[in-house]
Design a protein around this ligand. Structure first.
Ligand SMILES: [Zn+2]
Length: 401
């Protein structure tokens, strides 16, 4: 599901980028990112995490899970060409499939003068291939958090030129803090972060760009903190003009620095406002998964937040009814956001809803930093510190390594 959504997001992003460049604007829109609650760090884990360190901590990123056979190049194990997993064992094999070594796990480093490649993609640091405690065969890239950021920031914020450099620095600190607060989050699975939108989009060394590398180096070790703890640095593509409150979006206890209500100049995004005609047949699977009321006969908005987002909605179907809250509404209806202006149902001859005409604002959960707004504020001359303090209420920036 997440992969499909990520692919859809990427396709739309590429199409829109071409459109914008074609119009002579030259401005690239930040790709939609990291809005999945499943991969987000929880505030509870953050509160236990010390933030004073001498050097950047190592981070473990999941590259592949439940794989069968994956090509590898540049390893310090002679003639190694394939990583194979079968029957709870990992095998290292040569180009002809002959087994060189077999065991429960291996750590692979790059051979001198070579870069380690997995499935054709170059990675810094170490590749660890093993069967995790849950019985899944996984490949994890372990590397310094600072080097990891070089493979993340360009994927999370596409910028052009010096006027957007402060946005890159703000994005870097948000991504660094997000990753730091996620350390240990998936320890039972043998890694910290996913390499896709469940956490942050990481594509290894091939992502690196000069400008983002400079932003990472200039802000080295800097985290956003609140009461001397690293914050959970939520961010999303386009808030729609005003940021959302964490408590209302995620239906969890509030977080002081994620209160929402920050005005945001993200009108450059095509998703600042949107209109869509949704055939119910297209969203029936997500409706079944999230609402589970059968065929839809009625939608009723019950409560809106002070910023205009839908907080509570009743779903009535031929097999029952259910009240959904926060981002579950967006998931059930396959919408870009919960900032919904209009939701007009069209009915078929039997009284079931066949299509929904929806209008709204923004893309993503809208909590914390807004990527499109960050780029615009940078263009207006805001510093990265001012941008971060605009989106995260009451925070401090502190260099920790
Ligand atoms: Zn915004």
């Amino acid at each position: 599901m997440r992969n499909k959504e990520a692919q859809l997001c990427l396709s739309l992003f590429l199409a829109l980028s071409l459109l914008l460049v074609g119009c002579g604007g030259g401005k690239r829109t930040p790709p939609p990112t990291s809005s999945a609650p499943g991969g987000l760090p929880s505030p509870a884990s953050v509160a236990r995490r010390p933030v004073k360190l001498d050097e950047a901590p190592p981070i473990r990123v999941l590259l592949k899970a439940n794989f069968g056979s994956v090509p590898v190049e540049g390893s310090d194990v002679d003639s190694l060409r394939l990583l194979q997993a079968s029957g709870g064992k990992i095998r290292l094999a040569d180009g002809k499939g002959r087994v060189l070594r077999s065991g429960s796990g291996f750590r692979l480093r790059s051979r001198t003068g070579r870069i380690l490649k997995l499935d054709g993609v170059a990675y810094e640091g170490v590749l660890e291939v093993f069967v995790n405690p849950l019985g899944s065969s996984v490949i994890v890239n372990e590397l310094s958090l600072e080097t990891y950021l070089k493979g993340v920031v360009p994927n999370e914020l596409s910028t052009q030129g010096a006027s957007e450099f402060e946005a890159l620095k703000a994005m870097t600190i948000a991504a660094r803090t997000f990753a730091f607060s996620a350390l240990g989050q998936n320890a039972s699975r043998g890694f910290d972060l996913y390499s896709d939108t469940r956490s942050q989009v990481y594509r290894g060394a091939r992502s690196e760009q000069l400008l983002s590398n400079r932003a990472i180096e200039q802000t080295r070790g800097t985290l956003a903190t609140y009461q001397n703890q690293a914050i959970v640095a939520f961010y999303s593509s386009t808030c729609g003009g005003v940021t959302a409150d964490y408590q209302e979006a995620f239906q969890k206890p509030g977080i002081p620095y994620l209160k929402g209500g920050a005005l945001c100049p993200d009108h450059a995004s095509p998703y600042s406002s949107w209109e869509e005609l949704i055939p119910v047949s297209r969203i029936q699977r997500s409706l079944d998964r999230v609402a589970g009321v059968g065929r839809l006969v009625k939608l009723e908005s019950l409560q809106k937040s002070r910023w205009g987002r839908t907080v509570e909605m009743r779903f009535v179907g031929d097999q029952g009814e259910k009240v959904l809250r926060g981002l579950a509404i967006r998931s059930a209806l396959g919408l870009r956001s919960t900032w919904i202006f209009g939701l007009e149902p069209h009915y078929d001859g039997s009284g079931y809803i066949s299509e929904i005409h929806a209008t709204g604002r923004g893309w993503g959960h809208g909590v914390g930093l807004c990527q499109t707004g960050t780029v615009e504020l940078s263009r207006q001359g805001w510093s990265y510190e001012k941008i971060l303090k605009h989106y995260y209420t009451g925070i401090t920036l502190a260099r920790r390594w």
